[in-house]
Ligand binder design. Sequence first.
Ligand code: MG
Length: 394
Amino acid sequence: MANTYSSNLKSYACNDTKSRGRLFAEDTPVYRNNYQRDRDRIIHSAAFRRLEYKTQVFVNHEGDLFRTRLTHSLEVAQIARSIARELGLHEDLAEAIALSHDLGHTPFGHAGQTALNQCMKDHGGFEHNLQSLRVVDKLEQKYADFDGLNLTFETREGILKHCSLVNATKLGDVGQRFVDKTQPSLEAQLTDLSDETAYNNHDVDDGLRYGLITIDELLDIELFKTQHDIVTKKHSSLSQRRMIHEIIRRMINVMVVDLIDTSRKNIEQAELKTIDDVRQQHQPLISFSENMTAQKLELKQFLRTRLYQHYQVHRMSKKAGAIIQALFDAFMDDTRILHPETRESCIELEKTRGDAGLARGVADYIAGMTDRYAIVEYERIFNPRQLSFASLIP
Ligand code: MG
């Protein structure tokens, strides 16, 4: 008998026994529910393992203490599961969405995505959200019966957080909500805000550790200052590291508590009965209070100007962009330098879709690289000192 997830599940939550199903029909697993199976397939995918060596803001090899996309995804899953459990929503589904939401990211974080999107501007562009869906629908190729991981509709819906109207119409069922302007499941909504909660807080931590921002600067930010004052009043002689951790863990906590309280009120007011009621709402029901939204925006704005636009981050982004652009141009110019397997899938795409197909294949290859693999691949192709045959072998 399948292990259905029933404890405390609300009538308007996603229910694994009533899933809209998978692209390729499969039997329900024996001892797991359908969303657990999704989560397990994600964890066993190659794209998931590669998250360990991909970064958001800082390049992976710069320090062992910084977040990677893997640890970020685990933090998002932790926050999402807490919220889902408290609101009576499906925890396994929230976890599956959280662990897969960043699978389509390029190496070198946002700089990599911007560069690859630029490379692809005449071939349909590149968007990490769409790419995450492409990874789980097509690019992971190891199951006998289907390409991709064949995940449920509900997990795929959660992965596709944003989508242009043009792309939405090409995606079938999972893109339909962008055309209809309806809402995704509450599990998808809460995972989206868990993502923000995780990175806003861990970027403060990483930024401080890296010395790009200071506690003094952060005291202008209400969300930080409130918790800072509580911690320093309670503990007068804490080491800086402990103090920072105390402040950040409290910031995460007040944000999560605010989100749960506000969302619970929204849900009550909407008088939801089924998941269809969730979908028909004019706006998401999972939200922060107005006050917390304003505080969160203040913090985001601070991170944008002081951290993401710091000249040292810009320098790294410039270098990362140049690597991506050079790799893309080299592969497009001469596919013979690609590994035969990669070349074969690129040529396959070229056959059906011409140049745009070839470019998509090259973009898939580059997007799948980790930070360090992209650097090594660049060296292999462009470093004149690496002319020995051994150094060219992947
Ligand atoms: Mg994320």
